[in-house]
Design a protein around this ligand. Structure first.
Ligand SMILES: Nc1ncnc2c1ncn2[C@@H]1O[C@H](COP(=O)(O)OP(=O)(O)OP(=O)(O)O)[C@@H](O)[C@H]1O
Ligand SMILES: [Mg+2]
Length: 377
């Protein structure tokens, strides 16, 4: 179990300088539109690998009118005792004008942001994800890979290895390289990494599905059936990984001329999709109502959080932005119960504290007001 006991922000979005202490368990942040609630959650999302939950450009994250860089610092109470996590940007490079994100753990530079996963896991549900089931396959794939990497920390490495090999091959295709042995070498790399990516996705979904079974049938968060739609994912479900890798390699070799015409790889885990069905209604998620889709998504994220907790002892910190908006009173109460039961730290935002009134006495209530955060008891 790990939780953030203190967060310090410098020139992050609308916060010039902020220091705030958090309790373990549920934290409720309320405030007017534009107060800085989502920004605070976004800062916490930078304590995971990636670009934060808005996937913003680093330059947009630094406070307008500030120094041009930002810093986030978190004191955590971790499984192995307290730790200090820090991240932020460096001053822009004089030549390129670009700045990069650095991560520090206990005062030392970390090799990559993935090192954060040893201390903390973070997952989120934001209003931007409301259209996940109806939106682009790329967004669903990103969501899927975040579920995977939070359980299986080597997943981002294999994903990067796959993408790098694919980019190399795409370049060979557009440069009209004709050397078969070059293609064979890069396709072998793609097949090896791509099969590992697909296998990790399939394994994580299998484990999440086992947790989904524990959601009460007929309960507020419907059971979801999760399926992977992808060539290599199908292969790994039908045969041992070594054979799937061999098949994928052969598919790439066969598809070379077709891919050359397209200028890129047409098939592979970079094209896979996550299909979700609402089991009680026997309906694809994309045909469900807004509230039903939200309830499905909440069910998946909570099942995944339970899985992480059981597998690694690190129940993810949950960032639930405007979570109450689409949930009726019964579903809100059920959500609070499940969060309690999970036992991790969760951050919930809303404009109205009244939506969280049943959490009084059980959660920490904070008021966000234009760059400052105060206790609201
Ligand atoms: N780089 C930046 N520098 C300064 N201010 C910023 C920056 N980026 C965003 N903001 C401002 O931060 C403010 C707070 O944004 P935030 O999204 O956190 O609000 P919120 O409290 O979640 O509001 P809502 O209830 O509408 O969702 C906004 O007014 C926004 O314009
Ligand atoms: Mg907001």
């Amino acid at each position: 179990m790990a939780f953030i006991s203190k967060l310090t922000l410098t020139d992050f979005r609308n916060y010039s300088s902020l220091g705030v202490g958090f309790h373990h368990g549920a934290v409720v942040l309320t405030g007017d539109n534009g107060a800085g609630k989502t920004n605070l959650l976004e800062a916490i999302s930078f304590l995971a690998p990636g670009r934060g939950f808005r996937r913003a450009l680093l330059a947009d994250v630094a406070r307008e009118g500030g120094s041009g860089t930002f810093a986030i610092h978190a004191s955590i109470d971790g499984q192995d005792g307290p730790a200090e996590l820090g991240t932020g940007t460096t001053s822009p490079d004089i030549l390129t004008g670009e700045s990069s994100r650095k991560v520090r753990i206990n005062g030392a530079n970390a090799r990559s942001a993935e090192a954060l996963l040893e201390w903390l896991r973070v997952m989120w549900l934001t209003p931007a994800m409301d259209g996940l089931f109806t939106g682009s396959g790329a967004d669903r794939r990103r969501f899927l890979d975040r579920l995977v990497v939070t359980v299986n920390t080597s997943h981002s490495q294999t994903t990067s290895a796959y993408e790098k090999a694919m980019r190399d091959r795409n370049r060979m295709l557009t440069d009209n390289v004709r050397d078969d042995s070059w293609f064979a070498a890069v396709e072998a790399q793609m097949a090896e990494a791509g099969t590992a990516v697909a296998a990790a996705r399939a394994e994580t979904l299998r484990l999440i599905a086992a947790m989904v079974e524990k959601l009460p049938g007929g309960g507020p968060f419907p059971q979801a059936d999760l399926m992977l739609d992808g060539v290599v994912e199908s292969l790994v479900s039908e045969m041992p990984a070594v054979e799937a890798e061999e098949h994928f390699r052969a598919l790439l070799a066969q598809g070379r001329e077709r891919d050359r015409a397209a200028g890129r790889a047409i098939e592979g885990p970079h094209r896979s999709d996550l299909r979700v069905r609402h089991r009680p209604k026997d309906m694809p998620a994309e045909l469900c109502s807004t509230g039903e889709q939200k309830a499905l998504l909440v069910g998946i994220v909570l099942s995944h959080a339970r899985l992480c907790g059981e597998m690694s002892g690190l129940t993810p910190i949950l960032l639930l932005d405007e979570i109450a908006a689409h949930l009726d009173a019964g579903r809100r109460a059920a959500l609070f119960e499940i969060l309690d039961d999970l036992g991790g730290q969760s951050f919930m935002t809303g404009t109205e504290a009244a939506l969280f009134s049943s959490l009084r006495g059980r959660a920490q209530f904070l008021r966000v007001d234009h760059g400052s955060v105060t206790r609201e008891d």
